[in-house]
Design a protein around this ligand. Sequence first.
Ligand SMILES: Nc1ncnc2c1ncn2[C@@H]1O[C@H](COP(=O)(O)OP(=O)(O)OP(=O)(O)O)[C@@H](O)[C@H]1O
Ligand SMILES: [Mg+2]
Length: 231
Amino acid sequence: MNESSPILKISELTKSFHSGNRSINVLRGIDMSMYQGDSVSIRGDSGSGKTTLLNIIAGLERPDKGNIFWDEILLSQLSASFQAKQRALKIGMIYQAFYLIPELDALENVIMAARILGRVGPQAKSRACELLERVGLKERLKSSTLKLSGGERQRVAVARALMNAPSLILADEPTGNLDENTGKEIIDLLLEISREENAGLILVTHNRDYAMQTQRQFLLHYGKLNMGFDG
Ligand SMILES: Nc1ncnc2c1ncn2[C@@H]1O[C@H](COP(=O)(O)OP(=O)(O)OP(=O)(O)O)[C@@H](O)[C@H]1O
Ligand SMILES: [Mg+2]
């Protein structure tokens, strides 16, 4: 991969869901490319398909039609196991509900991202420590995640998402469970740290102010991704 090739390219993605005799066309032809260090936000009404789109980009759901390339690799050509490995290497994910492992402390949660790639040595530990320090949790490495506040848990999730130096971070309403000040801190952190690590960022958010902070803004409306705010 060279610096001018896209870290993500999606083309003509469509996705429908069927239940009973009802069917909804959630995505009706989505095209987008991202390059190293790009940041984009996606807003859209509840039910407009934002999570579906992120899941498809992450390879966790299949589109009906269309192509997804991670660093110019066509996803649909990969075996399931190779795709899972590539996902762990290239994509960092952050969710509204954090999804940390409650039995593990903060450090172990971050190291877990490397462990699933078989990386268990001291290098993984020192990278995890550095990231936790970077997100402001130097003193909480050994804390049970159950004892952390919502904002602190999301900081652990940010560190975990960056553990394997992904080329792309997908954040699905990462501030949805946080108060306004904490939410703003997390967005600032996410933007700063993804820039430092040269990772692309797709931020799904309902908050217009947060959305304004990325380089490009999109609105998902009737299955299409429109540039700007008003479609
Ligand atoms: N597995 C599924 N089976 C059937 N319908 C689904 C499935 N997943 C999503 N949908 C439907 O697809 C539409 C888009 O859902 P999605 O979760 O992507 O929306 P969203 O934009 O993320 O909404 P929110 O802002 O509330 O998180 C909704 O109507 C939802 O009910
Ligand atoms: Mg959603």
